[in-house]
Design a protein around this ligand. Structure first.
Ligand code: SF4
Length: 207
């Protein structure tokens, strides 16, 4: 896996680039191009994302693919894996200028982020087995999106966020999925600073 970055000749390992609707959190329903970078520093037990394989691409190649998929979509979401491992300010500003899109990131918060990012979705995993390999160091974000498995929400009180979302853990078993949903709804009603986030893309069959 390459870690080079910064200039137009540098490459990142890209797992996939696809056009869809943002399914979760504040931007739910917004058309967005997703750039999934390969590799993560955590090993969350519930992780269901294939982020291991990838293709080496320059920022220009990434932007070309993004614009081919949709030149009009307002949002570009950097995701993973853990995208913050591989990007810097130069990458983000170049991507922004070549696509004209708002650049959002979905991060586990274990790395500080380039200033040029427009929207930060922080999803700390330190409460979970495998997600506790490294601490969350970010204390400020646009939206805090927490996968809820019954953990004490007070551990997130120190994080400054414009929006707080609790999201049930996805399970393939129908009964368990319903149980997780009920658990999360009850937690939101007991802690009204939070709102419910659902993986709506799964509900409507989008990637
Ligand atoms: S931080 Fe995200 S991508 Fe990384 S292991 Fe955990 S759930 Fe998977």
């Amino acid at each position: 896996m390459t870690t080079r970055r910064n200039s137009s000749t540098d490459v990142l390992t890209v797992n996939e680039i696809f056009y869809s609707l943002q399914g979760e959190g504040f931007h739910t329903g917004t058309p967005a191009v997703f750039v999934r970078l390969s590799g993560c520093n955590l090993r969350c037990r519930f992780c269901d994302t294939d982020h291991v394989t990838g293709q080496a691409m320059t920022v220009e190649q990434i932007a070309l693919t993004v614009n081919r998929l949709s030149a009009q979509a307002p949002l570009l979401v950097l995701t993973g894996g853990e995208p913050s491992l591989w990007i810097d300010n130069s990458f983000v500003t170049t991507l922004k200028s070549l696509t004209g899109k708002t650049i959002a990131i979905e991060t586990n918060g274990t790395r500080h982020l380039p200033d040029a990012i427009d929207w930060v979705t922080l999803s700390p995993k330190s409460a979970f087995p495998g997600g506790d390999r490294e601490p969350c160091v970010l204390t400020c974000c646009d939206e805090l999106k927490v996968v809820f498995l019954g953990q004490d929400l007070a551990q997130y009180d120190h994080i400054e966020a414009k929006h707080r979302f609790l999201q049930p853990c996805f399970c393939t078993d129908d009964n368990e999925r319903q149980r997780q949903l009920r658990l999360t709804i009850e937690a939101v009603m007991a802690h009204p600073a939070w709102r419910l986030s659902l993986q709506t893309h799964r509900l409507v069959g989008l990637p």
